[in-house]
Design a protein around this ligand. Structure first.
Ligand code: PGA
Ligand code: ZN
Length: 420
């Protein structure tokens, strides 16, 4: 038994300069562990509630003092004295103190920060690395990184409708090699953009955000960078998209402003099929809107055999929504974002349910991030095999990749690299 002796919380900043929650948990073994939570921009409407103050006199209403106060006055008194290693009991207590379906009472930003800080403190108290503490002896698979090197949609102010263009260095033998491949392509792309007189300013996730108005031009530039860096498209490095199509959907249509096209759900499925036929795309996330289950089903039927179809806004790391998807044969993979659901235990439950259902999992950051590297350990703990955490640039993104380098080194000969 390692009792929690202190629980503190504060407002800090995320990578976009918005307030977020940080928690520090101290145990009787005198360890203090901190954790901080990220924040999305293209959020799904079924996500757990991120509690903001809405007090326009500070941080444009984005302050999180209410969430911080909830931790100090409502959560801390109940948690003190509990065994920090009882993660499920801690998370069950957070759920019962909140008492709502979507954590709108305490805020999922409050509950998740506490939950992760406790997991980290427990790992320290037991002398284990976090991935090992969470996942046990089977935790040894390093994820294939999905590096987002071109940003569009809500993450950039250019004309690209699709939010994320990722490279997937699955031909590598190790995570370290995969990361190096990704970095080399990233820099080759930067050179190419400079030569073509495009701007090389980056978007929220560290990928470039040039003023391209056309998806195919973007994909061509990326493929050329892969080749310039000395890699073979499809066998060594493939491409992946996060369309974030919920953001493009209104009045039953997909409005692709950059492409100057308005598409029905069926036409959107055909459009994505066209991209898959022309480019080495192996994974498409949120190709359709969170409410377009029919469209998602059609996309899965038409492309699901050869492409990974991921639900992000569609499933929001929610086991109930995932089970509906499995029953309806919608998508074949799920994006896992701990702050969409609000506790470590619920996140783990969702990952395990997905694997039991034959769905793949990809662990993910948010577009607003902090220096917290929990998702890197989470990916290894549960053999997810895939992670997306932005470009290999900007410390908020590189921090997660760097943590995976440390984990791979620590595992040594035991480490395996996820396959795709
Ligand atoms: P978000 O974007 O964090 O802004 O939601 C990431 C994603 O859509 O996967
Ligand atoms: Zn997404």
């Amino acid at each position: 038994m390692t009792a929690i002796v202190n629980l503190n919380a504060r407002e800090i900043l995320d990578s976009r300069g918005n307030p977020t929650v940080e928690v520090a948990v101290t145990t009787q073994s005198h360890f203090t562990a901190t954790a901080s939570v990220p924040s999305g921009a293209s959020t799904g409407s079924f996500e757990a509630c991120e509690l903001r103050d809405n007090d326009k006199s500070r941080f444009c209403g984005k302050g999180v003092l209410k969430a911080v106060q909830n931790i100090k006055t409502k959560i801390a008194p109940q948690l003190l004295g509990m065994d920090v290693c009882e993660q499920e009991a801690i998370d069950a207590l957070l759920l019962s103190l909140d008492g709502t379906e979507n954590k709108s009472n305490l805020g999922a930003n409050a509950t998740l920060a506490v939950s992760i800080a406790c997991a980290r403190a427990a790992a320290q108290a037991t002398g284990l690395s976090l991935y090992r503490y969470l996942g046990g002896s089977s935790a040894k698979v390093l994820p294939v990184p999905f590096l987002n090197i071109m940003n569009g949609g809500q993450h950039a102010d250019n004309g690209l409708d699709i939010q994320e263009f990722m490279i997937v260095p699955h031909g590598a033998k190790s995570f370290k090699e995969a990361l190096q491949m990704g970095v080399e392509v990233y820099h080759a792309l930067k050179k190419q953009l400079t030569t073509s007189r495009y701007r090389t300013a980056v978007g929220d996730e560290g990928g470039f955000a040039p003023d391209l108005s056309n998806h195919k031009e973007c994909l061509d530039l990326i493929l050329a960078a892969v080749e310039v860096a000395g890699y073979k498209p499809r066998t060594e490095i493939s491409l992946a998209l996060d369309v974030a199509a919920t953001e493009l959907y209104s009045e039953s249509k997909y409005h692709l402003k950059g492409e100057k096209r308005t598409l029905s759900s069926d036409e959107m499925v055909s459009y994505l099929g066209e991209l898959v036929n022309q480019y080495p795309i192996i994974s498409i996330e949120d190709g359709l809107s969170e409410n377009d289950w029919q469209g998602f089903k059609k996309l899965t039927k038409e492309l699901g055999e050869k492409v990974q179809i991921i639900g992000d806004d569609l499933f929001v790391t929610n086991t109930k929504r995932l089970i509906q998807g499995v029953q309806k044969k919608v998508a074949n993979s799920i994006l896992i974002k701990p702050n969409q659901i609000g506790t470590v235990s619920e996140t783990i439950k969702c990952i395990l349910q997905a694997h039991r259902s034959g769905y793949k999992t990809m662990i993910s950051h948010r577009s607003g991030e902090t220096e917290d590297t929990f998702i890197a350990d989470l990916a290894v703990a549960f053999s997810s095999g895939q992670i997306k955490t932005g470009a290999p640039a900007r410390t908020d993104r590189a921090a997660k990749y760097n943590q995976l380098l440390r984990i791979e080194e620590e595992l040594g000969k035991l480490a395996c690299f996820g396959s795709f």
